[in-house]
Design a protein around this ligand. Sequence first.
Ligand SMILES: [Zn+2]
Length: 245
Amino acid sequence: MVSFGIPGIRRPGDGKRSTGYRCLSEEHHMEGQQLLIPCSSCGGNRRNHHVLKEYINRWGNEDIQGESVYQICKCAGCNDIRFRIESSNSDDIDYRTGEAQIVENVYPEAIESSRLPIDTSRLPDSIARIYKETVIAFNAGALILAGGGLRATVEALCQDKNVPDGNLQSKIDNLAGQGFLAAPQADLLHEERYLGNAALHEIVAPSKLDVQDGFDIIDTLLTTIYILPDKAERLRLKRTRQPAP
Ligand SMILES: [Zn+2]
C-alpha cells in the first residue's frame, strides 16, 4: 500500500525555518491526468502523456524535506510508454522565485545527444568556427558552454553584419531593423539571449531541451541570412542563362 505522508514531516509554517517549500503532490495528484513530457518518437518535443500510475515518496526530518514522484506515462500521440521522476526538496530553492526547484528526469531520454551542424561552408569563418565548437560542446554534454556558445554565435553574426555597438538586446533589435530578421525571428533570438545570459552570467546549466531549441533558432537564422540568399542567386543565374524557349 502506498503511504502518503511521513510521520513528523514539517509542513510550511510550522517549523523554525521558512523555506516556502511545499510538496507539489499535496495539491497535484497526476494519476489519470495528462502531463507534457518529451517524446522522442513524436520528434522530441513535449507531448501530452497520460499518467497511468503514480507513486509518491515523501521524506524528511527537522532540517530538510523533499519528495520524489514516480510516474508511468503513455504518450497520447504514439502510445509509447516512458517513466518520469520529479524530485524536489526544501534545500534547493530557486532564489529568484522562492519556489522549490523541480528536477525532472524522463527515461528513456527523449533527446539524442548527437546533433549535426548545418552546412557551414557559406558562413563567414568567425561564425562557422564558434558555431561548430558549440555543436561539439553540446554533443559532449557541456550544456553551459553550449548555451554560452549559442550566445557568442549571435554576437559574431551581429559583428559580421556591422550592427552598431550596444548590448546584445539592441543589436538583435538592429538586425531586425536592418531587415536581416523578421520580427518573430528577433523575438526568438531574444529568448536565445536569455538562455545564454543564464548560462554565462549565472552559471546555470540550461536543460538539453532548451539548448536544442536554441540550436533550432540559430540554425534557422544562419540558414536564412547566409545560405538561402546563395541558393536563390544560384537559381536566378540558372534561370537567366537558359535560352529563351
Ligand atoms: Zn509520442
